[in-house]
Ligand binder design. Structure first.
Ligand code: DGL
Length: 266
């Protein structure tokens, strides 16, 4: 257990194995525009989703310690893989820090389901974890849910390849064989995947399919947790700042991050 000094004027920390968590940060900035954010993408060690659990834990703690050294008042583990491998241990160690994780949006997919197929795309490690199977058991009921481990998909986002023929080929090989005529919802269970959603939508060419993710729910939960502790900035009249860091140490990854975030980045 470690005590941390937390004050309202500190930024909120975000972490991911790379650029994916920016899809969650986008939503958080939208609903908490007055907050300052520090985003740390661990692209030098990506992907996490094909690594053993112990290694994902070590890498996640490493990044979180960097964020804590800089000073943060709350943490979003904006990575489904790191959440399933490490969020419980992070909460045990940093008891004072509000910590939210992200998990595949199975609950809303089931709640809004009209009897069609639900497909979950996530990293192999997320799907292999007990946490994921508990989530499925809790909400599945009589619904048809197919889980697809998508090794190799996050790399497209890391490389900035969001709409090429190679991506079509990936979907053709890794997704199409599992889709039924009755497909209703695709759950994007990795924070990188929302960046390929426009291309996936075009590829499927079926407007009735819902493609959902957990970024809004996670951001709202983060806001709720900060508010509950009196740490949320309100009515300051000041627009917050966003600082992006990446373990690759290259300007290229920062530029790519800013582009993905599609907003001015400090
Ligand atoms: N963005 C991460 C997630 O949400 C995973 C990508 C990776 O394999 O590192 O699961």
């Amino acid at each position: 257990m470690e005590h941390i000094k937390i004050t309202k004027d500190l930024p909120i920390g975000f972490m991911d194995s790379g650029l994916g968590g920016l899809s969650v940060l986008q939503q958080a900035v939208r609903i908490m525009p007055e907050e300052d954010f520090i985003y740390y993408g661990d692209s030098a060690n990506a992907p996490y989703g094909t690594k053993p659990q112990e290694e994902i834990r070590r890498l996640t703690f490493n990044v979180v310690e960097k964020l804590l050294d800089m000073g943060i008042k709350g943490l979003a583990v904006a990575c489904n893989t790191a959440t399933s491998a490490a969020v419980r241990l992070l909460r045990e160690k940093y008891t004072d820090l509000p910590i939210v994780g992200i998990e595949p949006a199975i609950k809303p997919a089931v709640e809004e389901n009209h009897g069609g197929q639900i497909v979950v795309m996530a990293t192999p490690m997320t799907i292999a974890q007990e946490k994921y199977h508990k989530l499925l058991d809790k909400y599945r009921g009589d619904k048809e849910i197919v889980s697809i481990p998508c090794a190799g998909l996050m790399e497209f986002v890391e490389e900035g390849d969001l709409n090429g023929d190679d991506l079509d080929k990936y979907f053709e090989e890794h997704l199409v064989p599992y889709l039924s005529d009755n497909l209703e919802t695709i759950v994007l269970g990795c924070t990188h995947y929302p960046f390929v959603r426009p291309h996936l939508r075009a590829f499927l060419n079926n407007p009735s399919v819902n493609i959902i993710d957990g970024s809004v729910g996670t951001s709202k939960e983060l806001m709720r947790r900060l508010d509950e502790k009196g740490l949320l900035k309100k009515d300051t009249g000041r627009k917050g700042t966003i600082k992006i860091m990446n373990s690759s140490g290259t300007e290229e990854m920062i530029k790519r991050s800013e582009k993905l975030l599609k907003m001015p980045v400090d």
